[in-house]
Write a protein that binds this ligand. Structure first.
Ligand code: ZN
Length: 455
């Protein structure tokens, strides 16, 4: 199935012939326009913005394969153009999307002001060039992501095409009915999973485990209640990378799910880190694994990352927007628009209302919400957030007291999110001379997370 004729006609009528558009195809939730003259559309970006407003769909400019330079040629061009100071550390070719991921140590030496503009690199190589700053500490999860995408060119091409065809299939009914089925996490902490069903779509929000459960009935989402086949799912949308929201995700691929996952950009590497760590710990302990590395790889290959605030079609009658939830890096509140303004659902995931050193507060402005699903882990009457300054002072005082008595301080923290905030507090007080100077050691996995937050 190709995009609907009227959409193609609108595009062709509004794109000047100079753009040399050769093909229009679905690429997941976007329409990809393949061109032989990328410079024309990239320099006249208003053409695409106008088009998006007209057809109300996301559009991406792709470069026709016939003008792409070979990998060796492209590498040579890049190395000749880029200023040496930028220090290129890795060049990854994503053949599916025709993109080059350029990992550099110092991205400040790039950009239009510095002579080596991305448009220039793109036009000279025939590949769309994306810049990526090399993390200060080597990141195994980024390498895993690069490796997973470059080794699955054909299957990812097929995946993007089929996902788009499914999203833009014609609607069977204009009636709007919405049902919400909870498969875990209500009146308990852990295994978040919510199934949203309309007459057209089946969408899963989060897919976690309950790490503290004693038996499997209490540990995993109750898919047996849902009465669906995994193939029926249009997509899975992930709020954030904590195991109680993502721990069961690779199992879906193990049992044959083939559809997309939508999440924010930072969530993907964080998720990978947690999934890989789960497999590592299970192997070390010799316990039975829920999933394996090949299933984690499928999670990467089926993930479509989205920036905050962007409206994306995820099925014929559902549009998605992710908004900052302020809980951990990349955490999102999931906003679903169902039908043509018929019903709006906001699922908060875990969220934080106050601004902290590391993260903004959760987005709270929604023009219309008919159904709000909100976490309430610390939502009881007595759970009032104490004054931040008082908490910091009592924390710092107890560290000082211990160190002055010649003691050592161990701070147990849940790895993702909290550790970074505590590091910033320690750093600030030590710099201001309010905390006794002492070496600070960070446990292995947390240092990986710190690195992810820095990038
Ligand atoms: Zn969380």
């Amino acid at each position: 199935m190709t995009p609907a004729t009227e959409v193609i006609n609108t595009i062709l009528q509004n794109i000047p012939a100079e753009a040399e558009v050769t093909r229009i195809e679905y690429e997941g939730p976007k329409l990809a326009l393949y061109t032989k003259k990328p410079e024309f559309l990239l320099l006249n970006s208003y053409i695409i913005s106008d088009l998006v407003n007209m057809i109300k769909k996301r559009v991406v400019v792709r470069i026709d394969k016939s003008i792409r330079k070979t990998e060796t040629e492209a590498k040579e061009i890049i190395m000749n153009i880029l200023p040496k100071e930028s220090e290129v550390t890795n060049i990854v070719f994503d053949d599916t999307l025709g993109e080059i991921i350029l990992e550099v140590k110092k991205p400040k030496f790039l950009g239009s002001k510095n002579g080596a503009s991305l448009i220039d690199l793109t036009c000279k190589t025939g590949w769309k060039v994306k810049i990526f700053r090399k993390p200060p500490i080597a990141s195994s999860s980024l390498q895993n992501i690069f490796q997973a995408i470059i080794t699955a060119v054909e299957s990812r091409e097929k995946f993007f095409k089929e996902t788009g065809e499914r999203i833009f299939r014609s609607r069977l009914s204009s009636d709007v009915e919405v049902s919400i089925l909870t498969l875990g996490a209500f009146r308990e902490v852990g295994r978040s999973a919510i199934l949203i069903e309309t007459k057209e779509s089946k969408i899963l929000l989060d897919c976690g485990i309950n790490p503290g459960a004693r038996n499997s009935w209490d540990a995993y989402p109750r898919f047996d209640w849902a009465n669906i086949y995994l193939d029926d799912l249009d997509c899975v949308i992930i709020s954030h990378a904590h195991l109680d929201h993502i721990g069961f995700l690779p199992v879906l691929y193990k049992y044959g799910y083939n559809g997309p996952i939508y999440c924010s950009e930072p969530t993907l590497p964080l998720m990978n880190l947690l999934h890989m760590d789960y497999v590592k710990v299970a192997s070390m302990e010799g316990t039975k694994r829920l999933f394996d590395i090949r299933d984690i790889r499928e999670v990467i290959r089926h993930s479509i990352t989205l920036p905050y605030g962007l409206v994306t079609d995820v099925s014929p009658d559902v549009k998605l927007v992710l908004n900052n939830a302020g809980h951990i890096l990349g955490s999102s509140m999931i906003h679903l628009h169902i039908g043509e303004g018929a019903h709006n659902i906001v699922y908060s995931g875990d969220f934080k209302f106050a601004k902290t050193k590391l993260l903004e507060s959760a987005v709270r402005d929604y023009p219309r919400v008919e159904t709000l699903i909100i976490e309430s882990t610390y939502g009881a009457k007595e759970d009032i957030v104490p004054d931040r300054r008082e908490v910091e002072l009592s924390f710092v005082n107890s560290i000082n007291e211990t160190l002055l008595k010649g003691g050592k301080v161990l701070i147990p923290v849940p790895a993702v999110g909290r550790a970074q905030e505590i590091m910033l507090v320690i750093d600030e007080y030590m710099r201001r001379g309010k905390l006794v100077e002492a070496p600070v050691f960070v446990e292995g996995m947390i240092s990986q997370f710190l690195m992810q937050n820095i990038t």
